[in-house]
Ligand binder design. Structure first.
Ligand SMILES: *[C@@H]1O[C@H](CO)[C@@H](O)[C@H](O)[C@H]1NC(C)=O
Ligand SMILES: *[C@@H]1O[C@H](CO)[C@@H](O)[C@H](O)[C@H]1NC(C)=O
Ligand SMILES: *[C@@H]1O[C@H](CO)[C@@H](O)[C@H](O)[C@H]1NC(C)=O
Ligand SMILES: *[C@@H]1O[C@H](CO)[C@@H](O)[C@H](O)[C@H]1NC(C)=O
Ligand SMILES: *[C@@H]1O[C@H](CO)[C@@H](O)[C@H](O)[C@H]1NC(C)=O
Ligand SMILES: *[C@@H]1O[C@H](CO)[C@@H](O)[C@H](O)[C@H]1NC(C)=O
Ligand SMILES: *[C@@H]1O[C@H](CO)[C@@H](O)[C@H](O)[C@H]1NC(C)=O
Ligand SMILES: *[C@@H]1O[C@H](CO)[C@@H](O)[C@H](O)[C@H]1NC(C)=O
Ligand SMILES: *[C@@H]1O[C@H](CO)[C@@H](O)[C@H](O)[C@H]1NC(C)=O
Ligand SMILES: *[C@@H]1O[C@H](CO)[C@@H](O)[C@H](O)[C@H]1NC(C)=O
Length: 749
C-alpha cells in the first residue's frame, strides 16, 4: 500500500523509479496543487476536477482511479470482483493504457505487431517527470500554455520483452478543468515494429450508467447531436474519409443519464486532429465503461524502425458538474485561449461578403469590382472572391478543370490580379474611412485531371497502384504526405499572397480520400498538411485564414490551431443553421464559426425566411458575412442589411470572447434560444427564435443562466430586473410572425 503523504509539486523534472522515489522530490517547493505525486499514485487537480491513477505494484500496469469532481487525500481502493471464468485480472480492472493479448478482452489503446507477427505488449511503469508548462507535440497541433496555465506529467512505460518504450503525457489546465493527453511509442529494439492502433486518450470509468453524446451528419447537415445510452459492448464511431469529416466529429461526451444542459456531470473529449479518427466507448463484462479516442486503427499500420517514434495526436478531456453547457464552456475557453494561435482568435472579425452565391463561376474583373462596391456600400469590410479566379491553360470556369493551377485567369484579369485587388481595396466601407479588405478562395490540396499540374505530375495525386483514381467533383487529392507536394502548396499560396494585397484566405477542401497507397498515408498526409499550415500561418500572420471543407467537413481542433475560423456548413438556411451551430458549439467556441446571411429562397433548402431571422442566426457565429448579390436582393431586404451588419458588429466582441449558454434547443422546443455573456459578466445578449407559428397559445418564459443573482440588469436599456428574477422567472417575448427572432441586450448595472 502506498502511503499518502504531503503534496509534492515538482519544478524541475524528477525521476522516480518503481519502488524507490528519491527523498529529494518531497523537498521540492510546492508551487501548485495541479499535479500531486505520492510514490506511484498520481493526481491531477483542476479547480473542480480530479483525475487520479496509480501503478499496480504487482504488474507495473497503470490503473484508473477517478476522473470527476474534486477529491483530496487518500481514496478507497477499488474492490475487484473475484477472478472467475475466462476474464482474468487485466480484464476486470480499470486501466489507463490498455493493451491486448494478455487477458484484457476489451478494445485496446495500443496494439503493436512485432516482426514475428504477434501483437502482445506488456508496457510497465518505469518513472515519471513533472514539468511546469507544456511541451509542444512534434509536428502535430496541440494546446499550449505557460507555467501559470498548465502543468505536465509524463509517465514512462517500457516493454522489456520487445524493447518498446511508451510515454504518456498528461497536462492539466486547472482553470478549465481540462486534461490534455497524448501518447508516444518508441522502438528501442533492433527489428521494425508496426503500430496497429494508438489511442490518444483512454480511460475506464467505474461501473455506472452513462449516456454518450456525439455529433453526426453529412454534407450540409453537420453536427446533429446524438444522445444514447452506453450499452454493453462496443459503440464506436469515427472517420475513415482521410479527414475529420461531416459524418462524425472527433468529439465525445459522456454524461450521467440525468444530466441536462444546465446541470449534472458531463465529460467532454475532443481530439486535436483533422484526419481519420476513431472513438470507441465500450462497456465491458464487468460494467466498466472504457472511452478511447485516437487515430483510426483501420488506417494506421505505422512502421517504426529501430529508434523511431510515433506520437499520437492530443486529446483534451474536460469535466463539468454544470451540465453539458458547462462542459462546452470549458472547452470554448480553453480553445479560445490555449489552442487557436492566430492573433485574430478573439479579435473583431470584419463582416464579409463572399461572391459565391451571388456570382458563382460567372464573373470578370468589372463585375467583381461592382459586387465589391455594392458590398462596401452596405457596410461590408471584407470582400471575398470565391472559386473561379485561377487557371490559364485550363481556366476554372466550371468545376471540371483548373484546380492545381494557382495562377490568375488572364481572361478574367487581363491586367493581373493585383490590379483588381488594388481597385477593390481603395473602396471604403460605407460612411467610414475603412479600406475594404480583399480575400480569396483556394483549394490547395486538390487537383483536376484537367490541369497543367496533373499533366506534369500525375504521380502527385493519391492513388493505389493500378486501381482507377476515383474522381469526386471531377477532382483528385494531392498526396500531401510528399515533401515536394507540401513545398508546391506552400509556394503556390505564398506566391498568391505576395502578388497582391490579400488579407484573408478561405482554404477549402471538397472531397474525401479514396485510393491510398497504404493505410499509413492517411496520417503522413496529416503531418504534411500541418507542416504546410504551420509554415503559411507563420509566414503570413496578418492574414485571416478560414478553414472550409464542403462546409464543416473539417471542423476540428486541429484546424483551429492554425485557422481561427471555419465555415460551419454549406447549408446557410437559418433554421437548419440553428441546429448546426448549436451542435457545433458542443465542442467548439462560437468565435470559430463562419456564418452568413444568404439570399432566399435558400440554395440548399428552397426555404424563404425573413432577413432579420437570417441575420440574427448568422451573427451568432464569430465571423459574420453575406452570401448574396446586393444587385438582385429585394429592396426591403437590402434596406435591412446595413442595420444587421451594424448589429452584428455590436454583438461580435461578446460572441468572440464571451460564454455561451444554450438556453433551449431546436430539437426540444419551437423557441430555441442562446445567451452570450461577456467574460466580465457586464454584457449579455439573448438570441431568441420562433420556428413555427403558435396560434392562440400562451407565451413561454425564457429563463436566463449564469447571471449574478444579486445584480440588477437593464433589458434593452429599458426596464431593469434582478439577475435572480431573470434566471428564475425569465422574460416573455411575443412574436407576431412565424420565423420570428429577437436580439435582446442586458446590461449589468
Ligand atoms: C503491493 O501492494 C499490496 C497492497 O496493495 C501489498 O500488500 C504488497 O505487498 C505490494 N507488493 C509489492 C511487491 O510491493
Ligand atoms: C468550480 O467550483 C466553484 C465552487 O465550487 C464554482 O464557484 C465555480 O463556478 C466552478 N467552476 C466551474 C468552471 O464550474
Ligand atoms: C524498417 O524501417 C525502416 C525505417 O523506417 C524502413 O526504412 C525499412 O523499410 C523498414 N523495413 C521493413 C522490412 O519494413
Ligand atoms: C463583364 O461582365 C459583365 C456582366 O456579365 C459584362 O456586361 C461586361 O461586358 C463584361 N466585361 C468584359 C470586359 O468582358
Ligand atoms: C451612409 O450614410 C447615408 C447618409 O447618411 C445613409 O443613407 C446610409 O444608410 C449609410 N449607409 C450605411 C451602410 O450605414
Ligand atoms: C475536362 O474538361 C472538359 C470541359 O472542358 C470536360 O468535358 C471533361 O469531362 C473534363 N475531363 C475531366 C477528366 O474532368
Ligand atoms: C492593403 O489593404 C488594406 C485593406 O484594404 C489597406 O488598409 C492597406 O493600406 C493595403 N496595403 C497596401 C500596401 O496597399
Ligand atoms: C516554409 O517552407 C519553405 C519551403 O517550402 C521554407 O523555405 C521556409 O523556410 C518555410 N518557412 C517557415 C516559416 O516555416
Ligand atoms: C464591469 O462592471 C464592473 C462593475 O460595474 C466595472 O467595475 C467594470 O469596469 C465593468 N467592466 C467593463 C469592461 O466595463
Ligand atoms: C422600452 O420599452 C418601451 C415600452 O415597453 C418600448 O416601447 C420601447 O421600444 C423600449 N425601448 C427599447 C430600447 O427597447
Amino acid at each position: 500500500m502506498f502511503q499518502f503523504v504531503t503534496r509534492v509539486t515538482l519544478v524541475a523534472p524528477v525521476v522516480c523509479w518503481l519502488g524507490y522515489c528519491p527523498l529529494a522530490t518531497a523537498d521540492q517547493p510546492s508551487g501548485t496543487d495541479a499535479i500531486v505525486v505520492d510514490g506511484t499514485t498520481f493526481a491531477l487537480n483542476g479547480d473542480n476536477v480530479s483525475y487520479r491513477f496509480h501503478v499496480d505494484n504487482s504488474t507495473g500496469d497503470l490503473f484508473s482511479d477517478h476522473f470527476g469532481g474534486s477529491v483530496t487525500g487518500p481514496i478507497p481502493t477499488e474492490i475487484s470482483s473475484a477472478v472467475n471464468g475466462w476474464v482474468g485480472r487485466p480484464g476486470r480492472v480499470r486501466r489507463e493504457f490498455p493493451d491486448q493479448g494478455r487477458g484484457d478482452f476489451r478494445t485496446p489503446a495500443i496494439r503493436i505487431r512485432q516482426t514475428q507477427g504477434y501483437t502482445v505488449s506488456d508496457l510497465q511503469y518505469q518513472s515519471y517527470e513533472v514539468k511546469r508548462g507544456k511541451p509542444a507535440l512534434s509536428g502535430l497541433p496541440s494546446t499550449f500554455g505557460d507555467e501559470d496555465d498548465v502543468t505536465t506529467l509524463i509517465i514512462h512505460l517500457y516493454d522489456h520483452y520487445s524493447d518498446v518504450a511508451a510515454d504518456l503525457s498528461y497536462s492539466i489546465f486547472p482553470k478549465y478543468d481540462a486534461i490534455a493527453r497524448s501518447a508516444s511509442i518508441t522502438n528501442k529494439g533492433q527489428a521494425n515494429i508496426t503500430v496497429e492502433s494508438l489511442a490518444s486518450f483512454s480511460v475506464d470509468f467505474p461501473y455506472e450508467d452513462l449516456d454518450m453524446i456525439s455529433l453526426r451528419g453529412d454534407w450540409a447537415r453537420e453536427a446533429r447531436r446524438e444522445r444514447r445510452k452506453v450499452e454493453y459492448g462496443s459503440q464506436s464511431f469515427g472517420s475513415s474519409t482521410g479527414y475529420s469529416s461531416h459524418l462524425n466529429n472527433p468529439f465525445l461526451s459522456l454524461v450521467n443519464p440525468s444530466t441536462t444542459e444546465a446541470s449534472g456531470e458531463a465529460w467532454g473529449f475532443s481530439l486535436i486532429y483533422s484526419g481519420s479518427f476513431s472513438v470507441d466507448v465500450e462497456k465491458g463484462s464487468q460494467g466498466f465503461t472504457r472511452a478511447l479516442l485516437g487515430l483510426n486503427p483501420s488506417q494506421l499500420s505505422w512502421n517504426l524502425g529501430p529508434g523511431e517514434t510515433l506520437g499520437s495526436p492530443e486529446c483534451v478531456a474536460v469535466y463539468s458538474n454544470n451540465g453539458i453547457g458547462g462542459m462546452s464552456r470549458s472547452l470554448h475557453r480553453l480553445y479560445r485561449n490555449n489552442l487557436i494561435k492566430s492573433k485574430f482568435a478573439t479579435d473583431d472579425r470584419p463582416p464579409l461578403l463572399n461572391s459565391w452565391e451571388g456570382l458563382g463561376f460567372n464573373y470578370n474583373e468589372s463585375s467583381i469590382y461592382q459586387l465589391a462596391q455594392e458590398s462596401a456600400d452596405l457596410g461590408i469590410k471584407l470582400f471575398v472572391l470565391d472559386d473561379g479566379w485561377f487557371g490559364d491553360k485550363y481556366p476554372r470556369t466550371s468545376d471540371t478543370e483548373g484546380l492545381g493551377d494557382w495562377v490568375p485567369n488572364p481572361q478574367r484579369f487581363p491586367d493581373g490580379l493585383a490590379h483588381a485587388v488594388n481597385s477593390i481595396t481603395e473602396l471604403k466601407a460605407a460612411n467610414t474611412s475603412t479600406d475594404l479588405r480583399f480575400g480569396i478562395w483556394m483549394e490547395p490540396e486538390m487537383v483536376n485531371p484537367n490541369s497543367s499540374l496533373y499533366r506534369e505530375h500525375p504521380d502527385w495525386a493519391l492513388h493505389a497502384g493500378p486501381y482507377p483514381r476515383t474522381e469526386r467533383r471531377n477532382q483528385l487529392v494531392l498526396n500531401v504526405a510528399l515533401p515536394e507536394v507540401q513545398d508546391f502548396i506552400i509556394k503556390s499560396v505564398s506566391d498568391i499572397l505576395n502578388s497582391a494585397n490579400i488579407s484573408y484566405i478561405k482554404w477549402d477542401n471538397n472531397r474525401g480520400i479514396h485510393e491510398m497507397p497504404s493505410p499509413s498515408t492517411d496520417h503522413s498526409y496529416m503531418l504534411g498538411l500541418y507542416r504546410v499550415f504551420s509554415n503559411l500561418t507563420t509566414q503570413f500572420p496578418d492574414v485571416l485564414w478560414e478553414g472550409c471543407a464542403s462546409g464543416g467537413g473539417r471542423f476540428d481542433p486541429g484546424v483551429l490551431q492554425y485557422f481561427p475560423q471555419i465555415w460551419t456548413s454549406d447549408d446557410t438556411d437559418a433554421i437548419e443553421r440553428i441546429t448546426i451551430q448549436m451542435g457545433t458549439s458542443l465542442a467548439y467556441p462560437p468565435s470559430a464559426m463562419g456564418a452568413h446571411l444568404s439570399a432566399v429562397p435558400n440554395q440548399q433548402t428552397g426555404r424563404t425566411l425573413p432577413v432579420d431571422f437570417r441575420g440574427h442566426v448568422a451573427m451568432m457565429g464569430g465571423s459574420f458575412g453575406l452570401e448574396l448579390d446586393p444587385a438582385t436582393t429585394p429592396e426591403d431586404d437590402k434596406a435591412a442589411l446595413p442595420g444587421l451588419i451594424e448589429l452584428a458588429g455590436k454583438v461580435n466582441p461578446i460572441i468572440l470572447t464571451g460564454d455561451m449558454y444554450r438556453l433551449s434547443l431546436p430539437e426540444d422546443s419551437d423557441w430555441p434560444a442562446v445567451q452570450f455573456m461577456s467574460e466580465d459578466g457586464n454584457q449579455t445578449v439573448l438570441f431568441y427564435f420562433q420556428l413555427n407559428p403558435r396560434i392562440n397559445h400562451a407565451i413561454p418564459w425564457i429563463r436566463m443562466q449564469g447571471l449574478d443573482s444579486q445584480a440588477i440588469y437593464s433589458v434593452d436599456g429599458n426596464v431593469t430586473y434582478s439577475g435572480s428574477t431573470l434566471m428564475n422567472i425569465g422574460l416573455q417575448f411575443p412574436f407576431d410572425t412565424d420565423y420570428g427572432s429577437k436580439v435582446v441586450f442586458f446590461e449589468k448595472q
